[in-house]
Design a protein around this ligand. Structure first.
Ligand code: NAD
Ligand code: DAU
Length: 351
């Protein structure tokens, strides 16, 4: 093997797309996917690569120092791509400590493990931390987030991610650990857990359940297809400048209510329902506490320096996403019933 790379959080939504991309594109890399398999981790996401010779799954917790120590002793990692995190804002409002524990302490543990394993032999090594645009706060008066935007996190989730970003930068400045950070906008696509807006709306339309719109639905998000995010990570991991940050976005801003109405129209067509059927399911509900108004990314640096741009339009991406959920109802069903949690036992323990 040319090199061994640790990907954390690889059975989650974005992580599974990154694992798939790296396993298939780089057969000479050994990819070790470390995941605790919380409610958000689903090994059914990776059925198509689980038997590839360059792929290994390890069930472990990034907050467990002993496990990380053993893993770094067993493998000579030359790269880490760190996605494992608690990721849902609503859950961070009801249970902030879990976010602080996983996102801050877990990242610190991983940094320590890499530092200890690599000692001062940093040549050819990279620790790539995946973060979010939410660390920059809310754009209330226009403009865009860039790599220069000051941090202003406003939810326990974004504050815990900001904390982890600061730690990563501190290990670069203090110890010289070769790090990279990227902050991306909202992702969507196949395999996203149906607690997040787009898969939740798709699932509820499918099952004729009400479509909850927080507040007036005026909040704006900048949506990016998940495979385009994975492609950006590929170029940043291989060609990014150590110690630097890259912002990633879709240049694709939508008000929530407009997006939900668009999905209603798209799904009415695909499900052969009468026009206007699904819109009747829309319900305006109590707003999220501390709901950030607008996120929007200027990804100019990434385009200029590394040549990355989104490859899909939103219409193409949403069509693919809706089709995937319609064609993979078993995946959705397993998630809704909790059956997906039995997959690890079946595939990895009782064989
Ligand atoms: P996700 O919730 O779908 O997946 C997170 C994964 O991390 C799960 O597989 C889970 O089991 C694993 N995990 C959680 N705690 C763990 C622990 N203690 N040890 C090991 N594994 C653990 O999240 P996602 O949406 O795929 O996001 C992945 C990363 O990308 C996160 O760091 C998130 O902050 C960041 N991000 C997400 C988005 C987005 O729109 N979803 C946008 C920008 C950045
Ligand atoms: O910006 C990047 C972030 O995007 C990531 O860091 C997070 O991990 C990811 O979860 C996402 O955060 P958001 O809070 O923007 O995503 P969510 O899908 O939860 O909500 C999108 C918007 O839709 C937000 O304005 C809240 C609103 N919403 C959400 C849900 C679940 C609703 O109106 N109704 C809903 O039922």
């Amino acid at each position: 093997m040319e090199r061994t790379i640790l990907i954390t959080g690889g059975a989650g939504f974005i992580g599974s797309h990154v694992v798939r991309l790296f396993v298939n594109k780089y057969p000479g890399y050994r990819i070790v996917n470390l995941d605790k398999l919380t409610y958000a981790g689903n090994l059914e996401n990776l059925k198509d690569v689980e038997l590839k010779p360059n792929y290994t799954f390890v069930k472990a917790d990034i907050t467990d120092t002993g496990s990380l120590h053993r893993l770094f002793g067993e493998y000579e990692f030359s790269g880490v791509i760190h996605l494992a995190a608690e990721s849902h804002v609503d859950r961070s409002i009801t249970n902030p400590m879990e976010f602080i524990h996983t996102n801050v302490l877990g990242t610190a543990n991983l940094l320590n493990a890499a530092l200890e394993s690599w000692k001062d032999r940093f040549s050819g090594k990279v620790f790539y931390h995946i973060s979010t645009d939410e660390v920059f706060g809310s754009l209330e008066n226009g403009g865009y987030f860039t790599e220069q935007t000051a941090y202003d996190p406003r939810s326990p989730y974004s504050a815990s991610k900001a904390g982890s970003d600061h730690l990563v930068r501190a290990y670069f400045n203090t110890y010289g650990l070769p790090v990279l950070i990227s902050n991306c906008s909202n992702n969507y696509g196949p395999n996203q857990f149906p607690e997040k807006l787009i898969p939740l709306i798709i699932n509820n339309i499918l099952n004729r359940k009400s479509l909850p719109v927080y507040g007036k639905g005026e909040n704006i998000r900048d949506w990016l297809y998940v495979e385009d995010h994975a492609a950006a990570m590929d170029v940043i991991f291989h060609r990014g400048k150590k110690g630097e940050t890259y912002t990633i976005g879709g240049s694709n801003e939508w008000k929530n209510i407009d997006l939900i109405r668009f999905l209603c129209r798209l799904m009415d067509k695909k499900l052969d329902r009468s026009p206007g059927d699904s819109e009747k399911l829309i319900r305006f509900v109590k707003d999220r506490a501390g709901h950030d108004l607008r996120y929007a990314i200027d990804a100019g640096k990434l385009k200029k320096e590394l040549g990355w741009e989104p490859s899909l339009t939103f219409e193409q991406g949403l069509n693919r996403t809706v089709d995937w959920y319609l064609e993979n109802r078993e995946w959705l069903q397993h998630v809704l019933t909790g059956d997906y949690e039995k997959y690890y036992e079946k595939q990895y323990v009782s064989r």
